[in-house]
Design a protein around this ligand. Sequence first.
Ligand code: HEM
Length: 164
Amino acid sequence: MDAILRIIHVVFGIFWAGTVLYASFVLLPVLKSLGPAIERPAVRGLMRVTSPIMSVLSLIVLGTGIAMALRTGLSISALFSTGRGWAIFIAFIAVVIYLIAGFGILLPSGARMDTLGRSIEGRQPAAAESEEMGRLARRISTVERVGSVAVLIATILMPLLRFL
Ligand code: HEM
C-alpha cells in the first residue's frame, strides 16, 4: 500500500509540476511573443484541456501526500516541531494556494474566455470584447505564474524531506 501511494504521488506529482512549470516558464511566454492573434486562441484551446487535468492531478497529489504523511506517523505536534513537519505543512499550503488559484480564478477565467472566443468566431471582435479577452489572458498568465511558484516551492521541499 505504501509503495502504491508513493508511486501514484511521485508519478502524478512529476506530471503535474512538470506541466505547470513548462506552461508557465516556456509555453505561455512563447505564445505571448507570437502576438494576441495566436496567443488568445491557443491559450483558450489549452485551458479547455489542461485546466480539468491539472485540477484532478493536484487533488490526487495532495490526497496521496496527506495519506503518506499520516501513514508515516506525522502528528499535529510533529507538524510544527520538526523540519520534516514544517516542510510538509509548507508544501500543503503551497498546493492549497495553487488549488484556490486554479479553481477560483483559472477555471472561471478559462471558461469565460472560451465562451467569449466562441461568440466572436468568424467576425471582428468589438473593442470591449477585445479588451476583455486581453484582460482575461493577462489574468490567466499572472495567476498561472503565482500557481507555478507555489508548485515550485512544494517540488523543491519534497526531495529534501528525507534529510529533515
Ligand atoms: C507539487 C507538489 C508535489 C510534488 C511534485 C511532490 C513530489 C514528491 C516526491 C518526488 C517525493 C519523493 C521524495 C523522496 O523520496 O525523496 C515526495 C514525497 C513525499 N510527499 Fe510529496 N509532492 C508534492 C506535494 C506534496 C504535498 C502537498 C504533501 C503533503 C500534504 C506531500 C507529502 C509527501 C510525503 C509525506 C512524502 C514522503 C513519503 C515518504 O516518507 O516516503 N507531497 N513527494
